[in-house]
Design a protein. Structure first.
Length: 110
């Protein structure tokens, strides 16, 4: 008898895991979450509102909010670069060669 699983991620992984399209989507969403967290951390570290950061990057407050919430339909990586440029930070993105490996985002003063 198989153990009953109640963790949603584990249930979804059992059903869709191993499907290349699904795995790609999961990796993209994880990257978007990491980028969103990085933008949030940068903004809060500089004690900026979303509107102030939007003004500095030439976008809108709602776009900054969407990026931070990993709900942005555009290129979150491009937005991260724009934020880093506006805040005079250097960004490095290091991705591993295996699909299950995680991309690491490093932020530092420029």
């Amino acid at each position: 008898m198989r153990k009953k699983i109640t963790d949603a991620v584990e249930i979804i992984d059992r059903r869709y895991g191993g499907d290349p399209e699904w795995d790609q989507m999961v990796l993209q969403e994880e990257l978007n979450m990491r980028i969103g967290q990085a933008v949030y951390d940068l903004r809060n570290g500089d004690k900026l509102t979303q509107q102030e950061l939007a003004n500095m990057t030439g976008t809108t407050q709602s776009i900054i909010s969407k990026v931070e919430n990993a709900d942005y339909d555009g290129s979150a990586a491009e937005m991260l670069v724009r934020v880093c440029f506006a805040l005079h930070r250097k960004v490095e993105i290091n991705c591993k060669d295996k699909p299950e490996a995680v991309c690491r985002i490093t932020l530092a003063p420029a």
